[in-house]
Design a protein around this ligand. Structure first.
Ligand code: AHR
Length: 848
């Protein structure tokens, strides 16, 4: 918990005693639906001014929801606060939150009500608990009762007077607004002001950009001198898995991306749910409308197939099919023809209409039968198409029409795109988190990722829509993910939903959005079995376990040796979440104590409601989680100014997995600026490698033209892969990693500055540059290697004197440098006799 928040929470309790003598008035209100709850206070002339936002709505999807209407609060006898608000006019629920004080709110709950609408909820203290009144359809008044403000009774009709809904009116910054007036102590008001001032300060630091350095450091001259004081014998054990990768199927990372399948919509299962305007024939073309049937499918999980007569069937691939001269391709399809004969020419046709590859397929299928052909390309084309030309007069059913390059990563069948997988493998990640992200917990309860739908024969896998607005064939399923981990020597870290979908889910048919109440409690035991089955599937003996037998049948009799499992993805730590999460963790601990559970502490760093609640849960239940997953995407300024983030973490608590993080600027594309901010932060992570167990940059992959998110680590098209400076930093910290941290301190001790022309010119000091330089030394006890990383995020040269360690005269090392906007900078191997003199904006990694 950040220190200001801790202080505020502590003081709020102390202040309760004095609240009876409250002297100050505050006005609490909601200026607009999207702007959350605000607080205003009068100045010495009695004019009211907005102080800022104290909390915001976390209900439902971004853009359409996250709204707050008619917030009302009341104060409990212990000085804490209760807040309720309306989220919209069509959901059968209200929002409820508990405030330790006006700055620190617990995650919101959205109690379900029995009527369709919940309008203008009002909360009042009642006995030992609270009552929440609201209006439903036709102005019916109802009441809900709660003791703990987390569990609410079934609502009842209420005989409530109009006065309950009376609101105060105040003119704030010249706008007349409705809200509530409260009395607070002067100390409470002062704490609010301190909090807002601290937020403003933090905001200013977070806005710091290297891009503006020309102004910030006008007076700074080269070189800046620093001393790295090393205590070679002072070492501590750190995680040997600090750098891994997070693979999420976002921005076409899987289908159309890493998964090498070249045919789009091979299963004719695209629907409007995947993407507006899509249907079973999307990506397919013919001279007449393509007939789609469902009567007698290849598999119930793949109900749609095409009925093909004399017309040629074309597939456009994923933005075309990239074909390379001399390469061989495996074509396959299932045919059902009631015994009729049908022959097909299968062709790859280039953009100019030339035939790039051709093969003939003779089929005579009764029921569904798979036919295969090999195609060899006589020429290259970046945007070829597949043509299936029927040669006889017959009408047959076709499904699972597939084309793979024979050359895949490690030449696996149903494999991964070789160049992309090799680019990932070159990172030497120590683990892989998959398959998401938001995609894991899904858009609503129906879209939660069920791992067992993604294994087994391809036609039996259950396709689904992707929360990122496209389709998942599940051809890249859990077997393929685990196989990839094994192939690159990384630990698998599957992450599965904690019994709740993504909190940003849209409203379902009943109008319930967000976590949608979670998987019903009575279905949770089955869901927990599903998670345990995964562990059996991955690790058990195929002779003794049916799940493990599926793994063996798929070609992997040996166990995958799964050690970690992630439960939940940056969920809102609501009551609905916590109850299910605890159930899962307890069951896993009991049934699979050998598995290390990785929990989640919400989508933001400290101080944020979910982070605080998640860590509180972790502290109260130390036996349940080995590690918790933190996520934060932040500005370069934030990273540069929070270098001590993990220094104060309790070493006895659960380990940290920084599962999603990236630095960004307004441009939202990785460049040298973001990379150096990440590099600085990683030197601090290495220092804290005794508590931080794992980290993974996010997202990893983004296909050109299909971006859901920026920045990403690797951009690609069908033919091209562009690694970014962020990739380079991840690679440097992963390749040159260790399992011991060697104590050292880097101190800026001398700078040269020009004379200021006037008092407005900022004069840098040694201290003010400290957050722009970084160093760390790690040792690998297996190889005996030690690596020194030096980072210079300044616009001038950095000369480092090393105290306590001898460096060779001449070194060969890896260095990345560039202008801050440079998006293509790569690390290069250099030889230098000045190993510790770093050019402006650079990182150097030296083997000691
Ligand atoms: O990495 C992209 C998204 O960011 C992830 O799906 C989600 O976990 C986070 O909000």
């Amino acid at each position: 918990m950040n220190s200001i928040l801790r202080m505020l929470t502590g003081l709020a309790v102390a202040l309760t005693a004095t609240s009876a003598h409250a002297q100050e008035q505050v006005f609490i209100y909601n200026p607009m639906a999207m702007s959350g709850l605000h607080i205003a206070a009068p100045d010495s002339h009695g004019r009211w001014h907005d102080l800022g936002q104290v909390c915001s709505s976390d209900y439902g999807t971004w853009g359409a929801e996250k709204k707050m209407y008619h917030p009302t609060l009341c104060r409990a006898t212990d000085g804490t606060w209760r807040l309720v608000f309306q989220v919209n006019d069509r959901s059968p629920l209200f929002a409820a939150a508990y405030g330790h004080n006006l700055n620190a709110w617990r995650p919101q709950d959205y109690p379900r009500i029995s009527t369709r609408q919940c309008l203008k909820p009002v909360v009042l203290p009642h006995g030992d608990g609270f009552r929440v009144y609201f209006e439903s359809e036709q102005g019916r008044r109802m009441v809900d009762v709660t003791a703990d403000f987390r569990h609410f009774s079934a609502d009842q009709p209420a005989d409530a007077p109009d006065s309950l809904w009376r609101r105060d009116t105040v003119e704030v910054d010249r706008r007349k607004l409705a809200g509530q007036l409260f009395s607070v102590t002067p100390q409470e008001l002062e704490l609010l002001r301190i909090n807002f001032a601290s937020r403003a300060r933090d905001g200013k630091l977070s806005a710091e950009r290297m891009h503006d350095d020309a102004d910030r450091y006008t007076l700074l001259q080269s070189p800046v001198r620093a001393t790295l004081t090393v205590q070679p014998d002072e070492q501590k054990a750190i995680s040997d898995k600090l750098i891994g990768i997070f693979f999420e199927d976002i921005s076409y990372a899987a289908d159309g991306g890493l998964y090498a399948e070249l045919i789009q919509n091979r299963d004719f299962e695209y629907t409007e749910k995947d993407h507006q305007g899509w249907n079973a024939t999307t990506a397919w073309h013919s001279s007449r409308p393509i007939e789609i049937a469902t009567e007698n499918p290849l598999h119930p999980n793949n109900p749609h197939y095409a009925m093909v007569g004399p017309d040629t069937l074309w597939n456009e691939g994923w933005d075309g099919i990239a074909v390379e001269k001399g390469s061989k391709y495996d074509f396959s399809m299932y045919v059902r023809a009631g015994g009729q004969k049908q022959d097909f020419d299968v062709l790859l046709i280039g953009q100019t209409g030339i035939t790039l590859a051709k093969s003939m397929l003779k089929t005579r299928a009764g029921e569904w039968q798979q036919f295969t052909a090999e195609l060899t390309a006589t020429d290259s084309d970046e945007k070829a198409r597949l043509a299936i030309v029927p040669l006889r007069d017959a009408r047959v059913a076709l499904d699972m029409i597939s084309l793979f390059p024979q050359e895949t990563f490690k030449n696996r069948k149903n494999g991964l795109r070789k160049d992309l997988a090799e680019t990932i493998a070159a990172l030497h990640p120590k683990f892989v988190r998959f398959p998401g992200g938001c995609m894991s917990h899904g858009q609503g309860l129906e879209n939660i990722y069920h791992w067992q739908h993604t294994v087994g024969p391809l036609e039996s896998r259950k396709p689904d829509f992707n929360i990122w607005h496209y389709h998942q064939t599940r051809g890249l399923g859990f077997f393929e993910y685990f196989q990839f981990c094994e192939d690159i020597g990384a630990e698998p870290l599957p992450v599965l939903a904690a019994g709740v979908p993504c909190q940003n889910s849209a409203n379902n048919a009943e109008g319930v959005g967000g976590q949608q109440g979670g998987i019903p409690m009575e279905e949770m035991p089955a869901y927990i079995d599903e998670l345990c089955n995964l562990i059996d599937w991955a690790n058990a003996d195929p002779a003794a376990n049916e799940w493990a037998k599926m793994r063996a049948d798929a070609g992997h009799p040996a166990p995958f040796n799964l050690k970690y499992i992630g439960i939940g993805n940056e969920d809102i730590i609501s009551t609905v979440f916590e109850e299910r999460y605890e159930m899962i963790c307890r069951a896993l601990r009991e049934r699979h104590p050998e598995i290390k559970v990785c929990g989640t502490v919400g989508p933001f760093h400290s101080p944020s409601a979910d982070y605080e609640e998640g860590w509180e849960f972790t502290r109260l239940n130390p036996e349940l989680q080995y590690m918790v997953d933190e996520h934060y995407y932040e500005s370069t300024g934030w990273f540069m100014n929070h270098r001590d983030y993990y220094d104060q973490y309790d070493r006895q608590s659960a380990k940290v997995y920084l599962g999603e993080w990236a630095a960004s600027t307004k441009v939202k594309l990785p460049n040298v600026e973001t990379a150096l901010a990440e590099a600085l932060y990683l030197t601090d992570i290495e220092r804290n490698g005794d508590i931080v167990e794992m980290t993974s940059y996010a997202p990893m992959l983004c296909k050109d033209g299909h971006s859901n998110w920026n920045p990403d680590m690797i951009y690609f098209s069908n033919t091209d892969i562009r690694t970014t400076p962020a990739y380079e930093i991840q690679r440097l910290f992963s390749v040159y990693s260790g399992d011991r941290y060697v104590a050292s301190q880097l101190t800026v001790d001398s700078i040269v500055t020009r004379q200021p022309l006037d008092a407005t010119q900022p004069v840098p000091t040694c201290e003010s540059l400290q957050h722009r330089v970084g160093a760390s030394i790690v040792a690998d006890s297996k190889s005996g290697q030690r690596y020194l990383k030096l980072v210079n995020a300044l616009p001038v040269e950095l000369q480092v004197t090393i105290d306590g360690l001898q460096l060779p005269q001449q070194v060969k090392c890896e260095q990345l440098t560039g202008t801050v906007e440079d998006r293509n900078a790569k690390a290069e191997t250099i030889e230098t006799d000045q190993p510790t003199t770093l050019p402006p904006y650079s990182i150097r990694v030296i083997e000691l």
